[in-house]
Design a protein around this ligand. Structure first.
Ligand code: HAM
Length: 427
């Protein structure tokens, strides 16, 4: 039997309902926060990601779904993240011509990682990106937005819930000066580094600080802190951000080892982390990327943003027990006897047009078995069209979620009468 690709998930109807309510909450929150939707293609030129994310990153080195489109002689890649495409689109369409922009997107991303709980090869993100704002107030805005979203999703902010880790990685110049000293420190302890750290030592030494290996962590802990290399402007940006977070009452832990896995960042970097998810606990990550516009050939413009992992947040909501109850249809229409199907069909059609959620029974069966299906559907009411009703020009209504006598309503007034019935039985 053919199965889904490893690391790519079906979301079955029960779970899909949770996804829909999650998406509705997140999208409303993004719009309410002043961010406007943008949609980018799932496929881009491979060069875009190589340049934006960086050659010496896990994503570019080993996780991209890339191929050559022989028909057009193009090197293409399924997007592993949204920031590069979003910046590309802003440059291509001159989105900043009339001032800064706040944008959001959502959709699937693709990374050829080793699948495990919370880590998939196709996964969904919501991302927000603010272009053209140099000051720390938009870094703070993005972080505070997230802090307000978690409780709206039924998730706890601290304690014991989702916590914020924060760091600043300064400017490219500051990192270059730090890099020289970092590399000499790591070289001096090269014997205690694992293969990955040894490789990173030459390609991307800052990432060594991020290692999960305890022996490497020990070496990293004694490395010269990047903070000591930051100049006045970088420190002022960080102080400005921390002040705004404090004023908003958003707690954070400074994590000097937080460097993120993509190379475009400068200054602010942050992650929201949950301990309830096992090894893949980061539910949202982001930071500032003031060099990316120029790096992708655009007019220089500052940028800052985040992306959240939907599978991880949906899992947290499910585990929290705060998942919204499944939506019920208003009515399940059952029909039996000569000529009743046409009538039932027309009634379902009319009620749907009037805004009701209606399931029309299909597939025949006895009155009793249809009634059972009506009950199992979770509907508020069964609408019954039998030969008796047909003759009388009426429809029977049976409330399924409370005890109430079965009633008849006139067929000609079914829309009005059903609306009134719904109001009563849902109350
Ligand atoms: P990222 O940290 O690579 O950042 O991904 C953001 C979030 O996507 C992660 O925190 C995680 O929740 C989720 N995620 C990443 N990989 C997977 C996976 N394989 N399976 C499930 N979930 C995953 C970015 O993508 C940046 N573009 C964020 C950003 C936007 N920075 C600035 N603006």
């Amino acid at each position: 039997m053919l199965q889904a690709i490893r690391g790519m998930n079906d979301v079955l109807p029960e779970e899909a309902a949770l996804w829909r309510s999650f998406s509705a909450t997140v999208e409303a929150w993004l719009e309410r926060s002043g961010y406007r939707a943008i949609r980018m293609p799932l496929v881009e030129n491979t060069a875009l990601f190589r340049r934006a994310i960086g050659e010496a990153t896990d994503i570019v080195e080993k996780e991209m779904y890339s191929w050559r489109d022989e028909l057009n002689a193009e090197e293409l890649t399924l997007r592993p993240e949204g920031t590069a495409s979003c910046v590309r689109a802003a440059i291509e369409h001159s989105l900043l011509y009339d001032g800064p922009k706040r944008l959001w997107y959502g959709g699937p991303m693709y990374r050829h990682e080793r699948p495990q709980k919370g880590r998939y090869r196709e996964f969904y993100q919501y991302g927000a990106e603010a272009f053209g704002f140099p000051g720390p107030e938009v870094d703070a805005e993005l972080i505070v937005m997230c802090a307000r979203l978690w409780p709206e999703l039924g998730l706890n902010a601290r304690p014991g819930g989702i916590r914020l880790e924060l760091n600043t990685i300064g400017s490219a110049d500051e990192r270059a000066r730090h890099r020289a000293d970092l590399v000499s420190h790591l070289r001096a302890h090269e014997g205690r580094l694992d293969a990955d750290a040894k490789r990173r030592l030459h390609t991307n030494p800052l990432r060594v600080l991020d290692s999960k290996n305890p022996a490497v962590q020990e070496v990293a802990a004694k490395a010269p802190p990047l903070m000591g290399y930051l100049g006045e402007a970088s420190l002022a940006h960080f102080e400005g951000l921390k002040k705004l977070l404090a004023a908003a009452g958003v707690e954070f832990a400074l994590n000097p080892r937080l460097v993120r896995g993509l190379d475009y960042y400068n200054l602010t970097v942050f992650e929201w982390v949950s301990d309830a998810l096992g090894a893949q606990g980061t539910v949202c990550g982001g930071g500032r990327y003031d060099g990316l516009f120029a790096q992708l050939g655009g007019k220089p413009a500052p940028g800052v943003g985040f992306a959240m992992g939907c599978e991880r947040l949906v899992a947290l909501i499910r585990e929290s027990g705060n998942a919204p109850a499944a939506a019920r249809p208003d009515a399940y229409v059952i029909h039996q006897g000569e000529g009743t199907l046409e009538c039932a069909f027309a009634i379902a059609d009319a009620l749907r047009s009037a805004g009701h959620a209606v399931v029309l029974h299909a597939g025949g069966g006895s009155f009793k078995s249809q009634m059972k299906k009506a009950d199992a559907s979770g509907a508020w009411a069964a609408l019954i069209v039998g030969e008796d009703e047909l003759r009388a020009g009426e429809i029977s209504v049976k409330a399924l979620r409370r005890t109430e006598d079965q009633r008849r309503i006139g067929r000609g007034r079914v829309v009005e009468e059903f609306a009134a019935t719904m109001q009563r039985i849902k109350a």
